[in-house]
Write a protein that binds this ligand. Structure first.
Ligand code: HEC
Length: 239
């Protein structure tokens, strides 16, 4: 009987402790978090006080998702991008994520640039915390640093084998449509497709609204705002 009791307590602890620390504690921590307001500062770094006696809020940490970025996030979830891509940079004390060159630095810099680990507040930016479940593709927390143009990002989504012939990422061509070139020639939004992928003469491939929203979302993925635990500065964008 005694052993049975030990067994029951052991069983309860085996399931109870992970449940408590992995679900309850983070849920309580997250529910208390709110985006931090960023105030307008004058040239001396002092808060500009508005007529109502309060500071003028210019933005939030993290920058909140809105409009087409939110729609893009929904498409990211709908298409299951998080099945292969994470958005989670772990602390350097437990993993080397933040030193991985393609996960946050610019391509032309040879030295790995350390990016900061993501923190709980980062996930308040969007409507879904798309942490991801595995990394068949790279982490996308800072993907916008790696793309110079929307066009380049569209080509990656249209067919990743354009950039990397052995890529296993599925092509998302259904987010694009082929249409007849009309009027004054090809649209500025038409993809520069060559070889087998080029549309028939007289036709062009252009992104649908879904593809544009997805790219809006991806091109905003950069953790260029300072860690909220550090003092807040208004011109973080310039850093
Ligand atoms: C089956 C797994 C898989 C799925 C699903 C997937 N990807 Fe990928 N993705 C990859 C792999 C693998 C790479 C690495 C590039 C390569 O193949 O060489 C990649 C690369 C990328 C890159 C370039 C990353 C970089 O660091 O430059 C972007 C952007 C991207 N994927 C976006 C998406 C989006 C958006 C979706 C959803 C619409 C998606 N991926 C779905 C596997 C996947």
């Amino acid at each position: 009987m005694n052993k049975f009791r030990v067994f029951l307590v052991g069983l309860a602890l085996t399931f109870g402790l992970p449940w408590f620390f992995l679900l309850i504690v983070p849920t309580l921590q997250m529910s208390r978090l709110a985006p931090l307001p960023v105030y307008e500062l004058d040239e001396n770094g002092q808060k500009v006080i508005g007529e109502d006696g309060k500071g003028n809020i210019v933005s939030y940490y993290p920058p909140l998702s809105s409009g087409s970025k939110t729609k893009g996030e929904e498409i990211y979830v709908r298409e299951g991008c998080a099945q292969c891509h994470s958005q989670l940079i772990r602390d350097p004390r437990v993993a080397m994520d933040s030193y991985k060159r393609e996960w946050g630095s610019v391509f032309d810099s040879m030295a790995p640039l350390q990016t900061r680990p993501t923190n709980q507040r980062d996930y308040l930016a969007g409507h879904y915390p798309v942490l991801g479940i595995r990394r068949l593709g790279g982490d996308l927390s800072n993907v916008a640093y790696r793309y110079g143009s929307r066009e380049q990002m569209h080509l990656m989504i249209y067919d990743s084998r354009i950039a990397q012939p052995s890529s296993i990422m599925p092509p998302y061509r259904f987010l694009y449509k082929t249409r007849k070139i009309e009027g004054n020639g090809p649209s500025v939004r038409a993809l520069a497709l060559t070889g087998d992928l080029a549309p028939e003469p007289g036709y062009e491939v252009i992104p649908t609204g879904d593809a544009e929203a997805l790219v809006d979302y991806l091109m905003a993925l950069k953790k260029n705002y300072t860690d909220p635990s550090k003092p807040v500065v208004a011109d973080a964008e310039a850093k």
